[in-house]
Design a protein around this ligand. Structure first.
Ligand SMILES: [Zn+2]
Length: 87
């Protein structure tokens, strides 16, 4: 996913701006893995293999997303970590 494309994205629920954290990039500077966080509702959308996962809540698959969260959990703010990976 290119950074230019990213700037056109907004939260599908409330159309608010998304903040991005980039975890890894490809050689050409495109985002490969990262996390989008809505500035309003605080929903989080992972970018996995260059694709932003922006499905509605009921269609999100923890099976797909969990390995991603486990890999990058040390990058997340503490309160997010508790929500995603309860002990
Ligand atoms: Zn939102």
């Amino acid at each position: 996913m290119t950074k230019q494309f990213l700037q056109k994205l907004c939260c599908p629920f409330d159309k608010a701006e998304l903040n991005i954290q980039v975890f890894s990039e490809k050689d050409n500077g495109n985002i490969y893995e990262g996390l989008l966080t809505c500035s309003h509702c605080k929903r989080q959308y992972p970018i996995i293999f260059g694709v932003p996962v922006m499905a509605p809540d009921e269609y999100r698959e923890s099976q797909t997303e969990l390995p991603f969260y486990q890999k990058w959990q040390h990058q997340f703010p503490e309160e997010t970590r508790k929500i995603l990976l309860p002990e």
